[in-house]
Design a binder for this molecule. Structure first.
Ligand code: A3P
Length: 343
């Protein structure tokens, strides 16, 4: 696939229908929020962080100290975020296929707008920039979506029990992607060491393993995050779609159909005949998105390429020792005992 050379023909706000705020304003608002919740935050249990200096334990999960997705923005969104019943939320524990899920959902919902794949926004903008996180909504001065009547597509890393009550009450649809914790750990380890603040020490694999197995990860314990949404999907199957990364990898086309049905944008017979499903699968393939994201940064300032590594199931075996693997398998077995969750 060839990639459009000009980034000026499409502006991010036109493509996404989002009001794009100045990142500096967002940073200033983040500082205000952290200051507002300082009193509640400082008394919480604290551990060393991955990307940020610390993680704080809040409502049974660990949240970063001062990121755009952080303890302060989670607390603030719980207080003020207002859902629409037509909203769709893409939920992932960090580093579990968020970028891919964002790309797939964006491509499915917008397929009638972008019929010419060779100039598709996903070949210009990183999927991370194409739809916002709930946690960041609070940092904006204007509402995110310019068209109040459009289906709003948000992402979030929040555990089920921490979701703003408005989302739970309004019965919006949630898509949950998770993945084998061993692959998550390996990606987290690489991602963090690439992007960790230079003033902080490198995290060794042994340290990363230790923190991960104790459940001390952003929005972790990983297993509890998965269990929360799995239980919700069993209880509310029409509201929560539980979609492991491995399943999506194994049969992408059929899972794209399933995702489109769930989102309320099913493929028509005519679209099927024209190969629309395969077109989205190829557009969002690991190779295609990796090629399209070799240069530049996302709005937050992180390099686009940092969101892509191997894109394979089971790459953990090249990095973790047998002992690490066995320990993590043991935790997974114990935590998911009696549940129909497998990767
Ligand atoms: P690997 O470490 O296996 O390469 P997140 O987006 O939540 O940060 O998840 C990152 C993981 O998703 C990385 O996994 C990354 O390579 C993989 N990934 C990103 N885009 C993908 C795509 N289009 N298809 C499959 N995997 C993808």
């Amino acid at each position: 696939m060839s990639f459009p050379t000009t980034t000026h023909a499409l502006s991010l706000s036109r493509v996404t229908g989002l009001c794009i705020e100045d990142p500096e304003d967002e940073k200033a608002n983040l500082a205000l929020i952290l200051d507002r919740y300082k009193g509640s935050i400082t008394s919480l249990p604290k551990e060393k962080g991955w990307l940020t200096e610390s993680l704080y334990m809040y409502q049974g999960h660990w949240f970063p100290s001062n990121n755009l997705i952080s303890i302060g923005t989670v607390m603030a969104s719980q207080e003020v975020f207002q859902a629409n019943p037509t909203d769709i939320y893409l939920v992932t524990p960090p580093k579990s296929g968020t970028t891919w899920l964002k790309a797939l959902a964006f491509a499915i919902l917008n397929r009638k707008r972008y019929t010419n794949i060779s100039t598709h926004p996903l070949l210009i903008f990183n999927p991370q920039d194409c739809l916002p996180y709930i946690e960041n909504e609070i940092l904006r001065n204007k509402p995110t979506y310019m068209d109040a009547n459009s289906t709003r597509l948000f992402a979030t890393h929040m555990p089920y029990t921490s979701l703003p009550q408005f989302i739970l009450d309004s019965r919006c649809r949630l898509v949950y992607m998770c993945r084998n914790p061993k692959d998550v750990l390996v990606f987290m380890f690489h991602f963090v060491n690439k992007l960790r603040d230079k003033s902080l020490d490198r995290i060794t694999l042994e340290e990363a393993f230790e923190m991960f197995s104790k459940g001390i990860t952003p929005c972790g314990p990983y297993w509890d995050h998965v269990k929360g949404y799995h239980a919700a999907s069993v209880k509310h199957p029409t509201q929560v779609l539980f979609l492991p990364y491995e399943n999506m990898k194994m049969d992408t086309a059929n899972n794209v159909r399933r995702l489109a049905d769930f989102l309320g944008y099913p493929f028509t017979v005519e679209e099927e005949a024209k190969g629309a499903v395969q077109e989205i699968v190829s557009l969002c393939s690991f190779k295609n998105l990796t090629d399209a994201n070799r240069h530049g940064n996302i709005r937050e300032g992180l390099p686009k390429e940092a969101f892509f590594r191997e894109g394979k199931v089971g790459d953990w075996s090249k990095h973790l020792t047998n002992e690490m693997s066995q320990i993590l398998d043991g935790i997974t077995k114990e935590k998911f005992n009696g549940l129909d969750i497998s990767f």
